[in-house]
Write a protein of this length. Sequence first.
Length: 231
Amino acid sequence: MHDSASAVTDAERTALAVADGPPALRFPYDAAVLVDEPLRTERLVLRPLEASDAADVFEYQRLADVIRYLPWPERDREQAYAHTAKRSAGRVLEADGDFVVLAMVRPGERSVGDEGSRGTSVGRVIGDVMVRVSNAQHAQLEVGWVVHPDFQRRGYASEAAGALVDFAFSMLNPHRVQAFLDARNEASAALCERLGMRREATLLEEEFNDGEWQDTAVYGILRREWAAARA
Ligand SMILES: CC(C)(COP(=O)(O)OP(=O)(O)OC[C@H]1O[C@@H](n2cnc3c(N)ncnc32)[C@H](O)[C@@H]1OP(=O)(O)O)[C@@H](O)C(=O)NCCC(=O)NCCS
């Protein structure tokens, strides 16, 4: 049974949900457009990840601290390069499971792949952000992120993830954007909260990684909440 305050809240929420209308994702979306016209933030360029970014990505993907809460196994260089090639193949968003990974490029920072070359660096990939189609029928997208420890706690993740969420809502029109994290991942949870996302659930023993059952935290933000925060 509801008390009157929560009954009003429920009724208001139902009315707002009705006003939002049915799912209206703007699909298919081809991220190839972001190669020539990347997203830009104050300090970063966000463009689709390329297989040729593998050296920079390996610099963070090989670190135990980075993969601790990611469902990524330890990979040697060859496996990691193949993984980056696979992640860079995602371009078109249309069906459940489709994804696009955007490299967080810091212009002016020397890329690891430039070592030994005299070429002009166009920047280093210091991390990446990802958007994935959780459920096209119900207009649900998922976001994720990873940043090299040398560039953590300096606001780069907030900058890139904020731009990603803005891009997702403004270009793709989801009803909801969500993130799934290892429930112990406090840095990622703090980032979700900085983005205006709400912790909605903790799924107990949802995944078996590294020899143990792990809880998953679910964060979410609705389109109207994002719009109100931007207004
Ligand atoms: C999750 C992850 C991306 C979060 O990155 P982060 O570096 O903590 O996030 P930010 O770059 O936004 O940094 C925030 C911190 O920088 C500070 N900061 C400094 N300058 C800032 C600026 N210009 N803007 C915003 N924050 C700034 C903030 O105050 C904050 O510090 P606090 O934590 O003491 O409050 C990072 O921990 C990571 O890559 N982890 C490994 C991979 C992983 O687990 N990914 C998530 C899987 S779900």
